[in-house]
Design a binder for this molecule. Structure first.
Ligand SMILES: [Zn+2]
Length: 226
């Protein structure tokens, strides 16, 4: 149906070329061991000089087809004869890496060129992967920086809203810095309710301060006696 559409457009003198989307195109790609979904992505690449950039080895076998979104592989055309049909430019890399293309490539000079081509693709992929990883790491760092800055501002804003003096805010911040090294697990473990704090104050700090005061008083008595 889409082929009829293409023909009718050409007949009307419309030079806009439709990318290959028929089922037979997909089938032909599939039979060459290429991804059938590529033909349906809607993201087509036109045949141009750009595809040979840094890959002159391809000039031995890649040539233009009647559809500007496709190319013909001279080696595969010769090897597979009638079973051959033009290939989408978008799947060029897949084709070069396919077993069928390797089978159709004549031995000697062309096999060596194929190895070079595949190595170039591998290198490009590694480079892209490493660039992507670097970018992700930098994005993660920026995200953490932003979160930390927001947390700091929130802490200052809260303590100021509670009428803490600058000195108190500074002391509290420095105390939190120190206590962080001991672990902050208590933040999620305890409720910080007024009753809980009151109980700790009475049961734990009360006797502790009493004993400290008692020890200080005893020490002072000794000093006076001396
Ligand atoms: Zn081929």
């Amino acid at each position: 149906m889409s082929q009829n559409l293409q023909v009718s457009k050409k007949e009307k003198g419309n030079n806009v070329e439709t990318p290959p989307t028929s089922k037979s195109d997909v089938k032909s790609n599939e039979s060459r061991g290429e991804s059938p979904t590529c033909a349906f992505k809607g993201n087509y690449t036109k045949y141009s000089e750009k595809i040979f950039s840094n890959k002159d080895e391809m000039r031995s076998f890649v040539e233009a087809s009647s559809n500007s979104y496709q190319f013909e592989c001279k080696f595969c055309k010769k090897f597979f004869g009638e079973d051959f049909s033009p290939i989408n430019v978008k799947t060029l890399k897949l084709h070069i890496r396919s077993d069928k293309h390797e089978l159709a490539t004549p031995k000697g000079k062309y096999k060596k060129e194929l190895e070079i081509l595949r190595a170039k693709y591998d290198e490009e992929e590694l480079l892209t992967k490493s660039k992507r990883t670097k970018m992700t790491k930098s994005e993660e760092y920026d995200k953490k920086e932003k979160k930390d800055r927001e947390g700091y501002l929130e802490f200052i804003a809260f303590t100021m809203s509670q009428n803490y003096s600058f000195s108190q805010i500074s002391k509290l911040g420095k105390f939190l810095k120190t206590i962080k090294t001991q672990g902050m697990g208590f933040l999620t473990k305890y409720s910080f309710s007024e009753q809980e704090i009151s109980k700790i104050s009475t049961d734990c700090f009360g006797p502790f301060f009493f004993r400290s005061a008692k020890r200080a008083a005893f020490h002072n008595t000794l000093l006076f006696e001396c």
